[in-house]
Design a protein around this ligand. Structure first.
Ligand code: NAP
Length: 256
């Protein structure tokens, strides 16, 4: 049985679609036939990736800027149709111990990780005609379900994402649009590379040891591959997941 969902004719939008988890998701959705808008602040990088495939479309958009998100998503919908698959993935992970967390930095993380998801989902929803089926998915984190030390802003933002998804899913029960969150553990992406480099520098250990330290943050003590997150997304956008709503899917090698 072919489990691949045919997404021909669908318009998917992936924020942060130029790198890491978002890029892996965007490529997979395009491979299933969707027209995929990939967004981020680094337009040159997005253009480079869009050159890979006729189905990948670059859009410069800062998720923390309301006008940028509303105008960007409206323009993408005008070009490629209503956003019936929206993956709110853009996010930043910049650790800081609580006592040293400045209000400015706290607000920066919340603006990207939480305001960004709010703006993205609201703007995507606004492109849908009544009764059009759609799947809205946010990438939260295991930090959305438990506290991550030295990352109070990140943890609060990712908890907030789950609360937001749960609230909107309740509003839309029985309707054509579902809202879910995916909560990965540590995934081998540029975010983890940067964090490993910082830990290595701070603790005077090798990058390899720092990666092993992060891997131990997953219950099975292995870093995840982005494709493990993508597999959950492909299921959530499939017809088989039509009754899955308001959930957070943990992918972390064990219970959080
Ligand atoms: P990544 O490669 O650093 O991806 C982050 C993406 O977000 C980049 O493409 C970046 O693009 C975009 N972005 C950041 N700030 C933005 C802004 N203000 N406006 C628009 N786009 C912005 O890391 P990743 O691991 O794939 O992370 C993707 C998501 O997964 C994040 O939400 C992260 O919190 C979550 N997550 C990651 C892990 C992990 O271990 N890697 C675990 C759990 C959850 P530009 O630089 O072009 O703006």
């Amino acid at each position: 049985m072919d489990m691949q969902t045919d997404l021909a004719g669908r318009h998917a939008l992936v924020t942060g679609g130029g790198t890491g988890i978002g890029l892996d998701i965007a490529r997979a959705l395009a491979a299933c036939g969707a027209e995929v808008t990939i967004t981020g602040r680094d337009e040159a990088r997005l253009q480079g990736i869009a050159a890979e495939s006729d189905r990948l479309h670059a859009l410069a958009m800062d998720v923390s800027d309301e006008a940028s998100v509303r105008d960007g998503i409206a323009a993408a919908a005008k070009a490629r149709g209503p956003v019936s698959i929206c993956i709110a993935n853009a996010g930043i992970a910049e650790p800081a111990p609580f006592a040293k967390e400045s209000l400015d930095h706290w607000r920066k993380v919340l603006r990207v990780n939480l305001d960004g998801v709010f703006l993205t989902l609201q703007a995507a929803l606004a492109t849908l005609p009544p009764e059009m089926e759609a799947r809205m998915i946010a990438i939260s984190s295991i930090a959305g379900l438990r506290g991550l030390k030295y990352a109070p802003a990140y943890t609060a933002s990712k908890h907030g994402v789950i609360g937001l998804i749960r609230a909107i899913s309740e509003e839309h029960i029985g309707g054509p649009v579902t809202f879910n969150a995916v909560c990965p553990g540590y995934v081998d992406t540029p975010i983890v590379e940067r964090n490993a480099a910082e830990i290595a520098a701070r603790q005077g250990i090798s990058d390899e040891e720092a990666r092993a330290y992060l891997a131990r943050g997953n219950r099975h003590k292995k870093l995840l591959d982005a494709e493990e997150v993508t597999a959950a997304i492909l299921w959530l956008v499939s017809p088989a997941a039509r009754s899955v709503n308001g959930q957070c899917i943990q992918i972390s090698g064990g219970q959080v």
